[in-house]
Design a protein around this ligand. Structure first.
Ligand SMILES: [Zn+2]
Length: 99
């Protein structure tokens, strides 16, 4: 009776362990592939490599987007200007940064 129970339980324990490992691996893969940070403006999770979520980015003027896309020695200063204005409550459409 007991050995029959153990015999039946072993494959079950094995299956549960396999599922748990799969779930852990899957979660890790998702975390590394989709590292997110909250959007500075609306707090929606967004990929950490972009400045704002797609909706807020689209609300900026084309000129501001162009300036922010430029990767030069002033890029970090522009990002700081963007963050300061968002934190100050400036509407996205009115935000301007160093060209
Ligand atoms: Zn946003």
């Amino acid at each position: 009776m007991i050995s029959a129970l153990v015999g039946a339980a072993c494959p079950l324990i094995f299956a549960v362990a396999v599922l748990a490992i799969c779930a852990l691996l899957h979660r890790d893969r998702r975390r590394t592939a989709m590292a997110t940070t909250p959007c500075r403006s609306c707090r929606t999770p967004k990929p950490s490599r972009i400045y704002l979520c797609a909706g807020c980015w689209a609300a900026l003027t084309a000129e501001t987007r162009r300036s922010l896309n430029r990767r030069d020695s002033k890029a970090l200063a522009r990002l700081r200007e963007l963050h300061q204005q968002i934190d100050a409550g400036v509407p996205l459409a009115e935000i301007g940064v160093t060209p």
